[in-house]
Design a protein around this ligand. Structure first.
Ligand SMILES: [Zn+2]
Length: 80
């Protein structure tokens, strides 16, 4: 999966889902503000950003949403 910047639309490199992957994205400089995510470039412009741990939580929420969407797609393909 990828996470997308709420401001410029930039996407992260593709990563697997999981805590360490979310941590890796946050360590690369991604930060959150509320439910919005900002790429390292936009983080430099916007200074109202939450800490790294908040970013990890936001990224993990995105991962869960992404997995849920995938489940819905798989359900659509399921034909008993
Ligand atoms: Zn951005």
């Amino acid at each position: 999966m990828q996470v997308q910047c709420s401001k410029c639309g930039h996407r992260s490199r593709k990563v697997k889902r999981g805590y360490y992957e979310a941590k890796g994205i946050a360590d690369a400089g991604w930060r959150s503000y509320g439910s919005a995510l900002y790429c390292p470039k936009c983080v430099k412009i916007c200074n109202r950003l939450e800490d790294r741990d908040a970013a990890i939580m936001t990224i993990m929420e995105r991962m869960i949403e992404d997995a849920e969407q995938e489940i819905e797609i798989l359900k659509g393909e399921y034909q008993p």
